[in-house]
Design a protein around this ligand. Structure first.
Ligand code: PLP
Length: 384
């Protein structure tokens, strides 16, 4: 049982968010508690006091300690885990590990993240690799529909399947374990894009045993921006390299990935502070409270918009984010509606595009309160 209530002033005060904004978009970039930012500031001050001591001598051991905390969170052997700046880097690193040939195919759901689709387009331009979408219906009511969509898209030329663990535009949790098992059974490599997953879902990366897994720590772990993880199956560890080469080339995952030239590592080093913050609130309590806010919020929005909910009300389908159809708008209207809502009402929430349709995607964090979703629902009712 949580000893706190979401949206209570003492919780809101933990974050640096502008109080004049109803911030219902934790999902895009996260938001970092003041206590974690203070740790990062102190690390930066230390770095600037003696950059060589900090970066050349002390950094590797400190990264080992921070990585061990992340490994414990996600059920990973630290030897297969590295920090990367974001999930985009993780995806690109996995794509770079395969030896592509013209006609190879990559399966990625139509719900998949746009930047990943662009990475696949680049593979097409460079090597003639084809992107084959797994068409996952939405509304959806049965996880078998997700598995069936991937099973239908995998063919004899498939070299890699990319599974979004939690989709961006539609905020759906995909059944990653079943999809990884499907790929194993078909003999194709699988990358799980868990951009939203760390902190939000129970992860056991060793048991999941995908070929590659990437996930952000700046979203639901609330680490500073630029903190993410990339996990590599033992079979691939000698073959995967960051896109940027530096001193650590071919000397192991951590030396290669965690030094790709001079940079500011304080976001990575502050991850333990973010985990401490999450653990003080209670990870299970945070998940339950934020799911509860979104559960209620999506019902309010569906009522205001006059639409059905797009998936069953079960935590296996969604956590602290949910998407609701906006029936009077098209996908192309999404950016304009997001900007209008902010300009007219100071509500920060994304309208998203999927399959040419427009959705509104709400997020919840413990700094949010039910009144914020009610206010949003009233605005949407008036816009109808
Ligand atoms: C499914 C998915 N993949 C990749 C990303 C990219 O994350 P980042 O911008 O941190 O690299 C996101 C971001 O929201 C996402 O939702």
């Amino acid at each position: 049982m949580a000893t706190w209530t979401p949206g209570a002033p003492e919780l809101v005060a933990r974050w640096a968010l502008d109080p004049s904004v109803d911030f219902l978009n934790h999902g895009s970039f996260g938001a970092t508690p003041r206590a974690v930012l203070a740790v990062q500031d102190a690390l930066r001050a230390e770095m600037e006091a003696e950059p060589v001591e900090f970066l050349a001598r002390r950094l590797p051991a400190r990264l080992d300690a921070a990585r061990a905390r992340v490994a414990a969170l996600v059920g990973a052997d630290p030897a297969g885990l590295v920090f990367v700046p974001n999930a985009t880097h993780g995806v690109e690193s996995a794509l770079g590990a395969l030896d592509w040939r013209e006609g190879d195919e990559v399966v990625h759901a139509d719900h998949g993240y746009n930047a990943v689709k662009m990475a696949l387009l680049r593979l097409e331009h460079r090597y003639g690799v084809r992107h084959v979408p797994a068409i996952v219906p939405f509304p959806i009511h049965d996880p078998e529909q997700v598995i069936g969509a991937f099973a239908a898209a995998i063919g004899p030329r498939t070299r890699l399947v990319i599974v979004d663990h939690v989709t961006s535009a539609t905020a759906l949790t995909f059944p990653a374990a079943e999809l990884v098992a499907l790929c194993r059974a078909r003999g194709v490599a699988v990358l799980v894009d868990g951009a939203h997953a760390p902190g939000l879902l129970d992860l056991d990366l060793e048991a999941l045993a995908a070929d590659f897994y990437t996930g952000n720590l700046h979203k639901w772990v609330c680490a500073p921006k630029g903190a993410a993880l990339f996990w590599v199956h033992p079979d691939w560890r000698a073959r995967v390299h960051p896109r940027v080469t530096s001193h650590g080339y071919a000397s192991g995952l951590a030396p290669e990935f965690e030094w790709t030239g001079t940079f500011d590592p304080t976001a990575w080093l502050a991850v333990p502070a973010a985990l401490d913050h999450l653990e003080v609130l209670g990870i299970a309590e945070v998940r339950a409270a934020t799911h509860g806010l979104v559960r209620e919020g999506r019902e309010l929005l569906a009522d205001a918009l006059g639409v059905e909910l797009p998936h069953p009300d079960h935590p296996s389908w969604y956590g602290p984010m949910a998407a609701v159809l906006v029936p009077w708008a098209r996908g192309a209207d999404a950016p304009g509606l997001t900007a209008r809502l902010f300009a007219e009402h100071r509500i920060e929430v994304p309208f998203t595009a999927y399959d040419a349709r427009c959705f509104i995607r709400i997020s919840a964090q413990v700094y949010n309160s039910p009144a914020q979703y009610r206010r949003l629902a009233e605005v949407l009712r008036a816009w109808r």
